[in-house]
Design a protein around this ligand. Sequence first.
Ligand code: GLN
Length: 479
Amino acid sequence: MTMTWTIDGVREGLAAKKISARELTGDFYKRIETRNAELNAYLALSPQRAYAQADKMDALVAAGKPLPPLAGVPVAIKDVLSTRGITTTCGSKILEHYVPPYDATAVKRLEEAGAVILGKTNCDEFAMGSSNENSAYGPVKNPHAMDRVPGGSSGGSAAAVAAGLAVASLGTDTGGSIRQPGALCGIPAMMGSYGRVSRYGLIAFASSLDRIGPFANNVKDVAAILQTIAGRDANDSTSTTAPVPTYADEISKPVKGMRIGIPRDYFAEGLDSGVRDKIEKGIELLKKLGCEPVDIRMPHTDYAIATYYIIATAEASSNLARYDGVRYGLRVDDPTLLGMYRKTRGAGFGPEVKRRIVLGTYVLSAGYYDAYYLKGQKVRALIAQDFRDAFTKVDAIVTPTSPVPAFKLGERTSDPLQMYLADIYTVTGSLAGVPGISLPCGRSCGKLPVGLQLFGPAFGEPRILQLAHAFEQAGGASI
Ligand code: GLN
């Protein structure tokens, strides 16, 4: 059994000089060497940068200086986040050799807080997918069942933490890509409110939906990572100036008397009975903790998948126009400019990315714009209103994260619609901009991890972290 490290564990280990940051880093690289060939969670490793940072932390320990909050904590970064000097592929052939000249703000903030960046994790191409099978570099395996998917698109970040190949990691969530792989890999995973974390240096998929957030082994560590990366950044005008509360002070506050909304619309057809059973037990546990369940309606839920796939593909088609063989990554030569564009994009993008570009271009095209894109935006407003209405009655909303536990590799690849349905419970919160967290909530039929999702109102992160922490401390993971 490999030891599970936590942020507190690393800190105590370093302070008591039981282990050095260099040794810990080396230990994690050994784990990666042993397991990554089968898991395929990491696409690139950055030992030079990692050891340099570890040595810096060890020098602080030696000098008896105070340690920054994440001193020596080995972390992994999803490969859609820019990392100076480290290849950043987005899981795509089109960026196979792309090395960014700068760090994403979230990455920079982690490093400034003392974290050690081990490397970059595998993901669906440009974060489009729910199983990690759309990566140009092969799928990631689920550490709980090697013949199953880890979820996606941040499958590598989830699997790395679940398999003990990082203490924490960063993923991105546009329609569920942090929460769903967190659920399928059995670890806590969080997306803060839209605007809570700067997107600077995140290679864009759908800019009005993309968010960066953490995976870790416990809620306290999730809160610590979010704390580090949250807050205004002059480089992202959509990052908010709203002050960042001290989450560590908030999470242990009592949850007794909190009203939790149970949207019946989320417990309809398509929900696996093993998942339903665990979520119902999870709700029972929250009741035991003194929470009061309230039946609520979220009447526009049925339209969420369609709305998401209109808006996300529309934004993707314009964001991905920049890969034209001129400015970034791959270029396939041709005597004509149009020929060069065609060949480059034809060779560089995988089938799902092409499907999204075609869909997105279609919904934005003259004549269809009003019928699809504009209508999508209107429905998005209604979905956000469902959340605002619900939060006048309840403090948090409880749902399953995914309708099914981890499915078999290859099981859904031939049917994109089936794959899109994996996001049925996550896309609503994405469209509404509210924060969400997925928590381990037992195992379906004793085997595969189930995730329970909590939504809070915009900037209500403290509230859902509080509930999440109480749920975890009461044994929610082994319900
Ligand atoms: N699975 C969803 C999609 O394919 C969500 C992806 C994401 O959140 N990045 O678009």
